[in-house]
Design a protein. Sequence first.
Length: 184
Amino acid sequence: MFVSTNPNGSSLCLACGLCCNGALHAHTIVKPNEIDTVRALGLTIETHGDQLFFRQPCPLYREQRCSAYPNHPPTCRAYQCALLKKYHAGEITFEQSEKIVQRAQELYVDVLEQLPNDYSFDQLKKEMAQDGDFGSGLFGSPELRQANAEFLLTVAKLTMFLRKHFEKPKKGGGDAESVKNHVH
């Protein structure tokens, strides 16, 4: 666990990394005026419709921290998860925030350890988002769903924990700027 003598938002972010490792987001939006900066960092910018983005996990996220920090992409500097906002608002202490980050990381590692070798976390999230129309993937047949029931519970625990502590409320709230900068 990361311990700081001067706890601030930056030290909490550096201890966390869930917005960099793919746990919270599949992509990070790049604004047109940020293209040169993002490319200079060595990130590959992709497009979907009129959206520019780079994929998560971020290739700059190495050894459990951003290797470009504090010169990371502008969108990343601007992003604040719900946990960071609560910390800045004084709703929770740094120590409480650290414990939440630590638990989220433990749950994430549990999922990664159980994930089949031929699946990425992003693929898993896409398959889980299919609202029961599982097709032929990891959860495609009733037999596979039964065999993977324990794994599904592990994924559900992580998903619920991330929603509770890190994501903005879906209705009537949240910071529109932060929400639009990261794509789930």
